[in-house]
Design a protein around this ligand. Structure first.
Ligand code: F6P
Length: 374
């Protein structure tokens, strides 16, 4: 019987709970034994009370609940070899031979690292007498790793959507709609800062959904019309805002992604945009930073569904896994579930950041969306 450890790691996202519920229940249906590893990798390192077998009832009512009820952390101990050695010890004493990790690219890379070092770490524990050879005979060779991408940022390559991104998008749209009504009343401008780290998906999608005047992205620094404006995005933005105002728009909405940059890679900050709109266009402008509001709260229907089907697929992937197969990431492409090598997705994800660093913005966009043309 496979013993499957489940942990959530990195920034929480709505739908992680639905994934934990699904993995737990499908594991039980398939005759496996699910374990919760509490507080992310920290629980794996600390062991003891942080690792507990889960029953059917333990995950009741979790489908809609936001965040992650088994806890998460950004764990520095696990980045050290000693921390990972403790993690392997705790998996062995619990007999856990597969790990399903729900998190972003950093968390999934950590899982793959553990897998790569697994044999060496097990051998060390046996050689130093911390575990008995017979205790880990069946675990000696390999740990099965399956990743689900839980992140509001939707920043992982080789999947169209990550668990929590759509819920977060709903939160942003709701907030922007609220700002729209007060902006219309006062004929004001609002600059809204949204999360997403180095990925502009949340900002771009929200911009389309609420009809923003302008969106500042990390992957596509302004101006759009380089021929006309050179590096002067301020004038381009003001021209567009002015045009919409002339057409009768009583409000202005500008969305600034937290990782937004100009063509020299300098950050574009909401306060700076506010100053420009105030000084150059005389608009009464306010800034709203949505912060963690956009990460919390009940999961939307889509995230509940996505997390549930991907959780079920994660258990299938554990059961399919053969020695020597690489760690797998469950993704989604053109509305079909996919299983792709985890590290391939992580490598491609990092390639976007590399392209941005090299100011190769067309490449960054192409990596985000292969169908994109500048
Ligand atoms: O990765 C999710 C995310 O919410 C990012 O959008 C944001 O940059 C970051 O986490 C914030 O992290 P923390 O909650 O640790 O401040």
């Amino acid at each position: 019987r496979k013993r499957i450890g489940i942990l959530t790691s990195g920034g929480d996202s709505s739908g992680m709970n639905a994934a934990v519920r699904s993995i737990t229940r499908v594991s039980l249906q398939k005759g496996c034994i699910p374990y919760a590893i509490y507080e992310g990798y920290q629980g794996l390192v600390d062991g003891g009370q942080y690792i507990k077998e889960l029953g059917w009832e333990d995950v009741r009512g979790l489908l809609s609940v936001g965040g992650t009820s088994i806890g998460t952390a950004r764990c520095s101990d696990f980045r050290q070899r000693e921390g990972r050695l403790k993690g392997v010890y705790n998996l062995i004493v619990n007999g856990i031979d597969a790990l399903v990790v729900i998190g972003g690219d950093g968390s999934l890379t950590g899982a793959d690292m553990l897998r790569g070092e697994w044999k060496g770490l097990v051998d060390e524990l046996v050689a130093t007498g911390r575990v008995k050879a017979e205790e880990c005979e069946h675990l000696r060779e390999e740990l099965t790793i399956v990743g689900l991408v839980g992140s509001i940022d939707n920043d992982m390559a080789l999947t169209d959507i990550t668990i929590g991104a759509v819920t977060s998008l709903h939160r942003i749209c709701e907030a922007a709609d609220n700002l729209t009504s007060t902006a219309l009343s006062h004929q004001r401008a609002f600059v809204i800062e949204v999360m997403g780290r180095h990925c502009g998906w949340l900002g771009l999608m929200a911009g389309i959904a609420v009809g923003a005047d302008w969106v500042f992205l990390p992957e596509r620094p302004p101006p759009l019309d380089e021929g006309k404006y050179g590096d002067d995005w301020q004038t381009e933005m003001c021209d567009i805002v002015k045009k919409y105002r002339k057409h009768g728009n009583r409000k202005t909405l500008v969305i600034v992604c937290e990782g937004a940059i100009d063509r020299q890679l300098n950050p574009i900050k909401a306060d700076n945009v506010q100053r420009i709109l105030t000084d150059r266009l005389g608009l009464d402008t306010r800034v709203t930073c949505l912060g963690h509001i956009q990460r919390g709260g009940a999961a939307c229907a889509y995230d509940r569904f996505l997390a549930t089907v991907q959780g079920a697929e994660a258990v299938e992937a554990v059961l399919r896994s053969k020695p020597g197969t690489p760690a797998i990431m469950i993704g989604n492409s053109h509305n079909q579930m996919t299983s792709v090598p985890l590290m391939e997705a992580v490598k491609l994800t990092h390639a976007v950041a590399e392209a941005i660093k090299k100011k190769d913005f067309a490449r960054a966009m192409e990596l985000r969306d292969p169908e994109f043309t500048a």
